[in-house]
Write a protein that binds this ligand. Structure first.
Ligand code: SAM
Length: 277
């Protein structure tokens, strides 16, 4: 059942309020981008006091997304993508990865951050198979009932629904219901992609997860929940998890052998892909 607490600060876009950091710009700063302000970098500095490797949360998240997109476009043969929370354009955006492999693939990005909308419209909508929707990604009805989602995507053919690095910014207890509404609407053969901050519940790393959560949620950004594996698993509903299942992002089909051990931050973000039967 829905609770009364605020669901996510990001439901109200940051806009021109310079006292609030924006999720998209903080993430951009972590990825060494240039579309961020002092207030955004301050969030990272605050988290870095407990976890100096904080930027590796963003890198693990982004690199997982790129590998997931490659998998979906090749093994999954998916030609339609609904990418919720696109983020600011960066080196390898969803449409670039999947259209390289499936030139006809259609990508609908959704975001509500004004800076993302400005840059996204300019850079992400670079061809007729790529569109941008301004909507609250935690309100599945708003996204699914939009004219763009109804007309641009074919709801009789498989769709990859991507919520990568987004749902840990949703603070409501009904987080799994947000995903369930999307999954219900997907045609059979569709996929869901999720990456999410993890409390690994181990003696070695649970404490660092909780300390990062405390810093993120009390920072000018105001969100960043580290959920347990069981809690994150609920986001996939009754979809069947693709091998190797819900694992650390760094362990999901890495690109090559590992020469350096994972650091404490890389132990605190998990991802997976589910397939709807
Ligand atoms: N999905 C990308 C990735 O994995 O690289 C970007 C992740 S970034 C951490 C999260 C994105 O979700 C940001 O661009 C932010 O603006 C967007 N976002 C967060 N809350 C949102 C909301 N309620 N509605 C729309 N977009 C939202």
């Amino acid at each position: 059942m829905a609770d009364a607490a605020p669901k996510s600060p990001s439901t109200t876009p940051v806009g021109v309020d310079i006292t609030r950091a924006s999720i998209a710009r903080v993430y951009d700063a972590a990825l060494n981008g240039t579309n961020n302000y002092e207030i955004d970098r301050e969030v990272l500095r605050q988290v870095a006091t407990v976890a100096p490797e904080v930027a590796d949360l963003a890198w693990a998240n982004r690199n997982f997304l790129i590998r997931a997109c490659r998998f979906l476009a090749t093994q999954g043969q998916v030609t339609q993508y609904l990418d919720c929370g696109s983020g600011l354009p960066t080196a390898e955006n969803t449409h670039q990865v999947v259209q390289r492999l499936q030139p006809d693939a259609r990508v609908l990005y959704v975001d509500n951050d004004p800076v993302v909308l400005a840059h996204g419209r300019a850079l992400l909508e670079e061809n007729p198979q790529t569109r941008f929707l301004e909507a609250d990604i935690f309100d599945a009805r708003q996204v699914l009932h939009s004219d763009l989602a109804r007309t641009f995507l074919d709801w009789d053919q498989p769709i990859a629904l991507i919520q990568n690095g987004t749902l840990h910014h949703y603070l409501g207890q009904d987080y799994a219901e947000v995903m369930a509404a999307y999954i219900d609407a997907l045609p059979p053969g569709s996929f869901v992609v999720v990456a999410h901050f993890l409390d690994p519940q181990t003696t070695a790393h649970s404490e660092i997860a909780r300390r990062m959560e405390e810093r993120f949620t009390h920072s000018p950004m105001g969100s960043g929940v580290f959920r347990t594996r069981e809690e994150i698993r609920r986001l996939f509903g009754d979809t069947e998890l693709v091998e190797p299942g819900l694992v650390l992002c760094e362990d999901w089909w890495p690109d090559g052998p590992r020469y350096t051990p994972l650091n404490q931050v890389q132990e605190c973000i998990a991802g997976g892909i589910g397939r709807k039967g």
